[in-house]
Design a protein around this ligand. Structure first.
Ligand SMILES: Cc1cc2nc3c(=O)[nH]c(=O)nc-3n(C[C@H](O)[C@H](O)[C@H](O)COP(=O)(O)O)c2cc1C
Ligand SMILES: *[C@@H]1O[C@H](CO)[C@@H](O)[C@H](O)[C@H]1NC(C)=O
Length: 597
């Protein structure tokens, strides 16, 4: 039995990390007195990401901080950790390493890891307990063939902090597996593996883990005669850029979003290189009776070079909606037409940001920056709040920011967090949680006639069984239906080509058949054509009792057990918090009950 849980279909990722928005919000102060060329003075990065070379260059020791990240949290933590460590251990060299860039093949992983004396890993878990894309090769290398290598890592002392979410069944699995494997392969564990929970406040977990780490590192890295530095508290790694406002016309740079041709002529499209795709179809799926909205979007990927398989995820970069953008510009005290650029060197040419490229292409207008690159709707990480505190002109607000950044600060909930930007959003009139695609006006400016968005594809393991006769059970209420629509389309194609199909059962759920029974006709058509063997729909807001998918599953317990006994693959997609857990429990109940009878 295979099971998988993924969240509702699309990830919407703001192009800019929170750091970019922090930098943007800092202008107001920097700008009020001096106009041109005032560097936005933020915490200076003290850690450089090193290239090849093992020379210690006068340092007493080297610590490598590896990260495996998908959306940047682990990378941010790696940088923050290295910076704090650097201020504690002046004589120690800290290197931050993207696991993917570390080695080109297994042999190199082995050669290089063998020589690491101190290694710290920040590792996120995804999918069905799987590593992030940038940690995939490392994970495969470490977990396969470890036995043959013996105790080859005996020189290494390591610490791991895992990034995960307790709502997922395989909570922090990658970190735990790596922890186990490193020890098995001879490395020495410095501290217990940390298990960060993104469902609560992962930064607090990280802080607690660091408190365990320092005393242990002290014994290894501090010499008797070292001055014990008052360690600077955890600060976000925020890059420093010089902002130049342009009053005369300049050529604006907007992201090109064209996929790049890499060696061999193949096109690379990924999170960092999205491609521009035309919206071919856009329609509302809910009926006018519904007070909510659910949009069906189809992208035309012809000619983009982008390829995908049934079950993969599409990532869509969307813009912040106009109201939010306008409000943010007002708060910053700048017109949306303000043109500015970010520079990594100061006026005299000396480097400011450790040669880190600006987070987005400039010169651009404030409108573009706020709409496309700034994340205006996610609550800032605690570390960023701490940095912002240093720039608050009002001491009371600075105190409040510091408090929020501390472990005592309230954990933000993702639904009502924007008013936490302390008066940045006046009257706590919460910005709408809505984002828009690149709209007509924009497209027209660019000489096109329709809307578009930068998109990319993320591979998933949410795949149909290789053998089409294997039965499948799909559980996907609400937008959890998305991948199953793909499955059904693929089954229809197999059917048309004459393949024999095993049974396929779908449990769908919505509020009310008159409002949000999305794709109703299409699903019924699949039942008629036997692409789908059975469709069970739970309505939660019809009649006197609330019905959910798990209730429907219970009603069909005997059938479910038969399918499971026949080796059915079971898929669950949708809200991981409530539904997936209830479905899991229900399955347990069904199995227990049916095994007994
Ligand atoms: C699609 C998806 C799948 C996830 N799967 C898991 C999982 O199986 N186990 C887990 O512990 N956390 C899981 N998480 C939570 C992430 O690991 C967590 O949010 C982490 O902080 C992300 O770190 P990153 O920003 O460095 O990529 C998942 C998150 C997403 C968006
Ligand atoms: C698919 O599964 C069926 C039933 O178990 C089996 O008879 C058949 O040989 C399998 N087909 C392939 C290609 O493995």
């Amino acid at each position: 039995m295979a099971s998988a849980t993924i969240p509702p279909y699309l990830f919407l990722l703001g192009l800019a990390l929170i750091f970019a928005s922090a930098a943007l919000f800092l202008w107001r102060r920097a700008d009020s007195s001096k106009r041109e060329s005032e560097p936005v003075k933020v915490v200076k990065p003290v850690v450089e990401i090193e290239e090849e070379g093992d020379e210690l260059d006068g340092f007493s020791n080297k610590v490598t901080v590896f990260f495996g990240t998908q959306t940047g949290t682990a990378e941010g933590f790696a940088k923050a950790l290295a910076e704090e460590a650097k201020s504690r251990y002046e004589k120690v060299l800290f290197k931050i390493v993207d696991l993917d860039n570390y080695a080109a093949d297994d042999e190199t992983y082995q050669l290089k890891l063998k020589k690491e004396n101190f290694a710290i890993f920040m590792l996120a878990t995804y999918g069905d307990g799987e590593p992030t894309d940038n940690a995939a090769r490392f994970y495969k290398f470490l977990t396969e063939g470890g036995e043959e290598r013996g105790s080859w890592l005996s020189e290494m002392t390591y610490g791991i902090f895992g990034l995960g979410n307790r709502q997922y069944e395989h909570f922090n699995k990658v970190a735990m597996v790596v922890d186990e494997e490193l020890e098995k392969q001879g490395a020495k564990r410095l501290v217990p593996c940390g298990a960060g929970d993104d469902d609560q406040c992962i930064e607090d977990d990280f802080t607690a883990w660091r408190e365990q780490l320092w005393p242990e590192l002290d014994t290894l890295l501090r010499n008797e005669d070292d001055v014990v530095l008052a360690s600077t508290p955890y600060t976000a790694a925020v890059s420093e850029y010089r902002v130049v406002f342009h009053e005369n016309p300049v050529k604006l740079l907007e992201g090109s979003f064209s996929a790049t041709m890499e060696n061999g002529g193949s096109v690379v499209v990924d999170m960092n290189h999205p491609c521009r795709a035309i919206v071919a179809v856009q329609r509302e799926l809910h009926t006018p009776l519904s007070d909510r909205s659910c949009t069906h979007l189809e992208f035309d990927v012809a000619g983009t070079g982008l390829s995908y398989e049934t079950g993969d995820h599409v990532g869509v970069y969307a813009e912040n909606c106009h109201d939010v953008v306008e409000e943010a510009a007002q708060l910053l005290g700048h017109s949306l037409d303000t043109v500015f650029s970010l520079h990594i060197e100061s006026e005299d040419g000396s480097s400011l940001a450790g040669n880190l490229l600006p987070p987005f292409p400039t010169p651009c207008t404030l409108r573009t920056a706020l709409a496309r690159y700034a994340d205006l709707q996610t609550p800032p990480r605690k570390a960023v709040l701490g940095v912002l505190a240093a720039y608050a002109s009002d001491p009371a607000q600075a105190e409040r920011l510091k408090h929020l950044a501390s472990p005592q600060g309230k954990v933000f909930s993702h639904t009502n967090s924007c008013n936490l930007l302390f008066g940045l959003w006046p009257e706590s009139d919460r910005p709408h949680f809505q984002r828009s695609l690149f709209d007509m006006d924009e497209a027209e400016e660019a000489g096109d006639e329709c809307s578009w968005a930068p998109i990319f594809v993320r591979q998933s393991n949410f795949k149909l069984p290789a053998n089409s006769t294997t039965p499948i059970v799909m559980i996907g209420p609400g937008t959890g239906l998305a991948p199953f629509r793909g499955f059904l389309q693929e089954r229809a194609a197999l059917q048309a080509s004459g393949e024999t199909l095993g049974p396929a059962v779908l449990f769908f759920g919505c509020r009310n058949r008159k409002q949000d029974f999305i794709y109703e006709e299409e699903l019924k058509e699949y039942v008629k054509k036997e692409t789908l063997s059975s469709l069970y729909v739970a309505f939660s807001r019809e009649g006197s009792t609330k019905e959910y998918v798990q209730n429907k599953m219970m009603e069909k317990a005997v059938d479910m057990w038969k399918l499971i006994s026949d080796g059915a693959y079971l898929y669950v997609c949708g809200d991981a918090k409530g539904m997936a857990r209830d479905v899991h429990r229900t399955l347990h109940t069904i199995v227990k009950q049916e095994v007994r009878s």
